[in-house]
Design a protein around this ligand. Structure first.
Ligand code: FES
Length: 87
């Protein structure tokens, strides 16, 4: 399959907000900071928490897990648990 899939309009999110979306059966998290948009897996790689229930501060997404963790702009863990639950 080629091409693009429309998942949202630019006005759907204001800066500092995020939204969980499902695309072709995959839960994704769409976030906006300033005029930039980010999209990552909506499931935390540590223990699978729903990242849409976390918090967004600037470009740092913090997982709602009891152990505070955060996900970088690239979708990798940058603090919190030392490693993902898998891998
Ligand atoms: S499930 Fe996200 S840091 Fe634990």
């Amino acid at each position: 399959m080629g091409g693009f899939i429309r998942i949202a309009k630019t006005g759907d999110l204001t800066s500092g907000t995020m939204k969980k979306i499902t695309v072709m059966g995959h839960d994704l998290l769409l976030a906006r900071t300033g005029e930039r948009y980010y999209c990552t897996d909506a499931t935390c790689p540590h223990l699978g928490s729903d990242l849409s229930k976390g918090s967004l501060a600037g470009t740092t997404l913090t997982c709602p897990c009891i152990i505070p963790g955060s996900i970088s702009q690239t979708g990798t863990l940058c603090s919190g648990p030392t490693s993902p639950a898998y891998g």
